[in-house]
Design a protein around this ligand. Structure first.
Ligand SMILES: Cc1cc2nc3c(=O)[nH]c(=O)nc-3n(C[C@H](O)[C@H](O)[C@H](O)COP(=O)(O)O)c2cc1C
Length: 288
């Protein structure tokens, strides 16, 4: 069977059945200045379903925390009106035969590179940093952490209740969850920090466990991860496959079904010494 034939075969994971293996990547659009997705959002995603994408992941959409977004155009995934808007989106996608999950997000201490807008409350992150050595906002205390985990779990439960087929947790690209993973932005000395990736994964593990409890068994949970960060394209959370297992296995154990790897330089193997293949050359690809 050719790879193209495989691409067009159906795929099932838990309660979600896909017509093919083509997945539309989550892409921030900044078209929801009031935080409410409207008919234009429904039409945008419906067109992708009509075009044949097996699974659509929404643009990043933020959970119910003060300062969870760093750009005023990012839609909310909480509150009556935004959730009614998202219900319109999933109904339109389903009508066109598509499947969809929202990408649930908290931008942490990261300033947007697209806008100078700032939220009217202090931003929060593991260690009051945007990037290593770049102070911004406040460090989260235990109550902030517990409320953030609860807000992710609530958003996931709402997604299921509205009829979405899956959810994706944005654990990549240097945002809140990734700021806990990354030693450069997690300098905590409590149970959410530490010298090892296992220790720095604790926040995500508690978060995934809470999400799993809120959606029940069978409902697919996707976690987006990345070694690279916009703050540092060369960053690596795991230098070896063993460290990658320390990072990710605990998350799979508590409920992640799919690891959505954002690789950036997709033509280069993560561990060439093990994969035993030369990276493909891509002269047209990004230089960073
Ligand atoms: C305009 C734009 C917005 C993006 N927004 C998000 C986002 O909200 N969440 C996310 O995880 N990735 C986001 N990305 C990254 C994409 O999901 C995707 O990883 C990237 O375009 C590279 O494609 P590839 O992963 O297929 O190589 C965005 C990319 C673009 C071009």
């Amino acid at each position: 069977m050719t790879s193209t034939e495989v691409l067009f075969r159906p795929f099932r994971i838990g309660s979600m059945e896909l017509a093919n293996r083509i997945v539309m990547a989550p892409m921030t659009r900044s078209f929801a200045p009031t935080g409410i997705p409207g008919p234009a959002h429904a039409a945008y995603y419906r067109r992708r379903a009509e075009g044949g994408a097996g699974l659509i992941l929404s643009e990043g959409t933020v959970i119910d925390r003060p300062a969870s977004r760093n750009d005023p155009g990012i839609p909310f995934f909480y509150g009556e009106q935004p959730l009614a808007g998202w219900k319109g989106v999933i109904e339109a996608v389903h009508k066109a035969g598509g499947r969809m999950g929202p990408q649930l997000w908290h931008t942490g201490g990261v300033k947007s590179f697209l806008t100078d807008w700032v939220p009217d409350v202090e931003v929060e992150s593991p260690s009051a940093l945007d990037a290593p050595g770049l102070a911004r906002g406040k460090a989260m205390n235990d109550a902030d952490i517990a409320e953030t985990i609860a807000a992710f779990a609530k958003a996931a439960a709402d997604a299921k209740r509205l009829g979405f087929d899956t959810i994706e947790l944005h654990g990549a690209h240097g945002y809140l969850i990734d700021q806990f993973f990354w030693s450069g932005t997690n300098l905590r000395s409590d149970r959410y920090g530490g010298a090892t990736i296992r220790e720095r994964s604790r926040f995500a593990a508690e978060l995934v466990a809470a999400v799993r409890a809120s959606v029940g068994p069978g409902f697919p949970i996707i976690l987006r991860i990345s070694q690279w960060k916009p703050q540092d394209y060369g960053a690596r959370i795991a230098e070896t496959p063993d460290l990658m297992a320390d990072w990710l296995q605990p998350l799979v154990d508590v409920g992640v079904d799919v690891l959505h790897c954002s690789q950036r330089r997709f033509w280069e193997p993560e561990f060439p010494e093990i994969d035993g293949v030369e990276g493909l050359t891509s002269p047209a690809g990004p230089k960073n």
